[in-house]
Design a protein around this ligand. Structure first.
Ligand SMILES: C[S@@+](CC[C@H](N)C(=O)[O-])C[C@H]1O[C@@H](n2cnc3c(N)ncnc32)[C@H](O)[C@@H]1O
Length: 288
């Protein structure tokens, strides 16, 4: 990477949330909501405690509070700029004022701050749920990703769940990457407003690709770099990191018809062509 994870986001800062308005981002949000909501309420109907790892501007941290009634949400991000933006965006919320929503600077590749993970305040860690929305794409290898999963595992109670938004879990990542270099893919990506370049050479371990993501926003383009690794890397890394429970990839659900597409996404159903075979994201759920 030309810049560290922290500094590339320090530059992007709050402009990042403008990306959340494009239909593909709304699709991601709706899918995450459907997957994570059942984990936000515990069997005794108490609210879950949630760690939002790589929380960025706290976009999902705030939404979690709308989707259900978690007991608390703690957001951690490596970028102080992102944490400040998250605090600003949450400042008027009651949950933030009451301390049930808070943000901390921290690095998911290092042991997490002890005060967060093993809080003596039972309202927080160890957590029932860890959300990692676009976190694992910063790991260049199984080994690095296993380190992140070890930190996830240490933050979760036994039986707790990790929910991750990742790049598409491609079985044949070489074919997936090759497709992205074709004119058909370029046209598809222009429609989605976000383009992905699979950079040469692939990562040295052979586990996947270095990628550059560019979101063509007005007035500024946002561009950042990360990694897209083979599907089995995510699975092996979770196991190596100590996540031994059920592991599943959720199927990305697209709008069913023209009406749903217009109503929920503001675009016709033809917009989603190609998305079923090549959604830009995957959602993995792993139990500790
Ligand atoms: C693409 S953004 C996603 C933000 C948020 N989860 C969302 O989906 O809106 C990725 C975030 O990961 C953070 N990040 C990258 N590496 C990290 C690390 N090692 N530990 C914690 N956060 C990290 C970046 O600072 C950035 O805010």
């Amino acid at each position: 990477m030309s810049e560290s994870s922290a500094t590339q986001y320090d530059h992007i800062g709050q402009a990042y949330e403008s990306m959340k308005k494009i239909p593909g981002a709304i699709l991601e949000r709706n899918n995450l909501r459907a997957v994570i909501t059942p984990y936000l309420t515990l069997p005794d109907s108490q609210g879950a405690s949630v760690l939002d790892l790589a929380c960025g501007t706290g976009y999902y941290s705030r939404l979690l509070l709308q989707w259900a009634a978690p007991r608390c949400v703690v957001g951690i991000d490596i970028s102080p700029t992102m944490v400040e933006a998250a605090e600003r965006a949450a400042a008027e919320l009651d949950e933030f004022k009451q301390g049930r929503l808070k943000f901390v600077v921290g690095d998911a590749t290092k042991p997490l701050p002890a005060a967060v993970v093993t809080s003596s305040d039972e309202a927080e860690g160890p957590f029932d749920v860890v959300l990692g929305a676009w976190l694992l794409n910063y790991a260049p290898s199984t080994q690095d990703m296993a380190g992140m999963f070890a930190n996830v595992a240490s933050a979760l109670r036994p039986g707790g769940h990790f929910v991750g938004i990742t790049p598409h879990p491609a079985e044949d990542l070489d074919a997936f990457a090759a497709f992205h270099a074709t004119p058909a893919a370029q046209a598809e990506m222009r429609r989605f407003g976000v383009s992905i370049a699979y950079l040469d050479p692939p990562v040295a371990s052979g586990e996947g690709y270095h990628t550059r993501i560019t979101a063509h926003m007005q007035p500024v383009e946002i561009s950042f770099e990360n990694f897209h690794l083979r599907r089995h890397v995510y699975e092996d890394a979770a196991r190596r990191g100590g996540m031994t429970g059920e592991l599943k990839w959720e199927k990305v659900r697209l709008p069913r018809d023209e009406d749903e597409s217009r109503r929920d996404y503001g675009v016709g159903i033809e917009y989603w062509e190609g998305c079923e075979e090549r959604p830009h994201f995957g959602i993995m759920v792993v139990e500790k």
